[in-house]
Ligand binder design. Structure first.
Ligand SMILES: [Zn+2]
Length: 164
C-alpha cells in the first residue's frame, strides 16, 4: 500500500478529468507546450496550484534516451514523452500515461506507471463536480467555480463505486 504520491502526467493524462484526485501533479515543460498548443486550460491549473511545471535534469533525459534506444522505441517517443519519463525518474513519481511506447520505456527504467483512467478508482467517496463540464475535483478543493470553464462546483458522492 506504499503508494507514491507524486504523479507525472503526459498531455493526455492532464487533459483527462481524473487527475484531480492526485496529491501532487507535475508536468515537464515540453508537455506544457504540447498542452498549450491544444487547449488553454493549463494556466488556470497552474495558477490554482493543481499542477506544477518542473524541468527534468539532462542526466535523467540521457538515461531515458539510452533506454529507449536499446528498446528500439526512441523514434516512437516525442520530446514531451522523453521529458515526462525523465521527470518521473527524477522525482520517483508515478507516470500517468496511456501511451504503450512510453509505458514500455518506463518499465525498462523501473518507473511506476498507471493508465490515465486509474485515478478514478482511487478517488474519495465525495468529490466536487462541475455542473457545467462534469470535471471532478477533490473535496478539499477550495474554489467555488471550475477553473477550466467557470461552471459552479457541486458536491457529489461516488455512489457508482463499490463501498469499502
Ligand atoms: Zn467546468
Amino acid at each position: 500500500m506504499a503508494r507514491r504520491s507524486k504523479r507525472v502526467l503526459d498531455a493526455a493524462a492532464l487533459l483527462n478529468s481524473s487527475f484531480f484526485g492526485y496529491e501532487e501533479a507535475l508536468i515537464p515543460p515540453a508537455v506544457a507546450s504540447e498542452i498549450r498548443s491544444r487547449s488553454h486550460v493549463l494556466d488556470a491549473l497552474v495558477s490554482s496550484g493543481m499542477v506544477s511545471i518542473k524541468a527534468p535534469p539532462e542526466g535523467a533525459k540521457r538515461r531515458v534516451v539510452k533506454a529507449a534506444e536499446r528498446l528500439g522505441e526512441l523514434n516512437k517517443l516525442s520530446e514531451a514523452d522523453v521529458e515526462a519519463l525523465a521527470l518521473a525518474l527524477e522525482v520517483k513519481g508515478v507516470l500517468v500515461t496511456d501511451d504503450f511506447h512510453v509505458q514500455n520505456v518506463a518499465r525498462a527504467l523501473g518507473i511506476e506507471y498507471e493508465p490515465v483512467t486509474e485515478g478514478i478508482r482511487e478517488e474519495r467517496r465525495y468529490v466536487r463536480i462541475c455542473r457545467n463540464c462534469g470535471r471532478k475535483y477533490p473535496p478539499t478543493y477550495k474554489g467555488k467555480r471550475c477553473p477550466l470553464c467557470g461552471g459552479p462546483l457541486v458536491y457529489s458522492s461516488n455512489s457508482e463505486l463499490p463501498s469499502t
